[in-house]
Design a protein around this ligand. Structure first.
Ligand SMILES: *Cc1c(COP(=O)(O)O)cnc(C)c1O
Length: 416
């Protein structure tokens, strides 16, 4: 093959690591041009929920391509978007009555932040401060990076990132500190708190209890601070329920959904909002409208894929598959946790994570690349976060492939 001109995301090309050429995928398996069958242990970066190339989603995409490819969404609408918006309103918490489309998790977060600030501006009491949880990740655009953890990932851009109020992560025994910090931060009249409910993904699969999520929501409601739930990773069954917020009985003011919205087949995102947030923008004054759009807002083919995903959720036992995967992984994780180099085994729904004992838990430490190379030799798609190894498979994965993942993890720890 000719040398590739492609500049890949989160890739240091200077290290000359091989980049496999993928030809097709089915269920939990990815096939490469050199004849390998790879087990997808991370749902192709957390997006693939039901499995690759789900026939109903593929058929919906194919059918939509014969009718309408793309249409401007400012001042125009189409059936796939209308159906999807109604379907989401039926499926998601009742208070979320408005649906704004965009095309990635990061943009759904940008939209959420702009909605929150727009809400306060249009009420005539402008607020600009945002509260976040330590170790958060909300995407890689400037606004999304600003509300996320600072580190080597965004050091070069740090002068552009806006300041936020950071609450300590509610680790075991430190939950009250987080809640006290939130109470105190609310006195500065922030616009909103944005959180990843129950588990911080890119921050290292850090889990915190549902009662803390409920308590944070309660404080925000009482203090008149908007509560934004970024369910880009946790949504669509990932944590055992359709939304992670359900486990805490929490309904946010603004909800971000992307990754599994189309079952992971094509890019699409929505930001859902309550009526007061929409109403704050509703006026005969054009200056109060919500000033946001991207070219492919509510692309009809992406909406058709999402409608097929919603149909799968309505008509197939998705949560039973999730529960089965949770139970099967639980046994494998229990076995893995007895390994001498494994620390802090934890699980939430379909996600499991461990830490490999290492001198230094830094992302750029040498352990990560060693593990990665070993996973590749074992035909596994796993991508450690520093010394954290996590598994987040598609819900259709079978026992044999799950076993390959967990034996591969033991082998990689021993190789490293
Ligand atoms: C992945 C992720 C995002 C960003 O989504 P993209 O589609 O990659 O832009 C935002 N928030 C959370 C919690 C995520 O896991």
């Amino acid at each position: 093959m000719r040398a590739s001109p492609i500049w890949h995301p989160f890739t240091q090309h200077g290290l000359g690591e091989a980049i496999p050429l993928v030809t097709h995928a089915e269920g939990a398996a990815i096939f490469t041009a050199d004849g390998r069958r790879i087990v997808d242990g991370i749902s192709s970066w957390w997006v693939t929920t039901h499995g690759h190339c789900h026939p109903r989603i593929m058929a919906a995409i194919a059918a939509q391509t014969e009718r309408l490819d793309q249409i401007i969404f400012a001042g125009w609408t189409h059936e796939p978007a209308e159906t999807l918006a109604h379907g989401l309103i039926e499926m998601m918490p009742e208070a979320l009555t408005r649906v704004f489309f965009s095309d990635s998790g990061s943009t759904s977060v940008e939209v959420a932040l702009k909605m929150a600030l727009g809400y306060w501006a249009n009420r005539g009491e402008p607020r600009h401060r945002l509260l976040v949880l330590e170790h958060s990740y909300h995407g890689d655009t400037i606004g999304a990076m600003s509300v996320g953890a600072r580190g080597v990932f965004n050091q070069a851009y740090s002068p552009l990132l806006f300041e936020v109020g950071t609450l300590p992560f509610p680790g075991a025994g430190r939950e009250q500190e987080t809640l006290d910090a939130l109470e105190a931060a609310c006195r500065d009249r922030p616009a909103a708190l944005i959180v990843e409910p129950l588990i911080l993904g890119a921050g290292g699969m850090l889990i915190y209890p549902a009662w803390v999520l409920a308590a944070m929501r309660e404080i925000c409601a009482r203090q008149g601070v908007l509560f934004i739930a970024d369910e880009v990773m946790t949504g669509w069954g990932r944590t055992g329920t359709l939304l992670a917020c359900e486990q805490a009985g929490v309904v946010p003011d603004i909800l971000c959904l992307s990754k599994g919205l189309t079952g992971g087949a094509v890019p699409l995102a929505v930001t859902m909002a309550t009526e007061p947030i929409y109403a704050a923008h509703l006026s005969t004054d054009r200056a109060r409208m919500f000033f946001h759009s991207s070219s492919y807002t509510a692309n009809p083919i992406a909406c058709a894929a999402a409608n097929a995903n919603l149909a799968i959720w309505r008509e197939e036992p998705v949560l039973e598959r999730v529960a089965s995967l949770t139970a099967r992984q639980g046994k494998l994780l229990a076995a893995l946790s007895s390994h001498a180099s494994v620390r802090n085994a934890r699980a939430l729904g379909t996600i499991t994570a461990i830490e490999v004992e290492a001198d230094k838990g830094e992302y750029l430490s040498s352990l990560g690349p060693l593990l990665l190379a070993s996973f590749s030799r074992h035909d596994l798609l796993l991508r450690p976060l520093g010394n954290t190894i996590y598994v987040m498979p598609p819900y259709c994965i079978e026992d044999a492939d799950l076993a390959l993942i967990y034996t591969g993890i033991v082998a990689a720890i021993e190789d490293a």
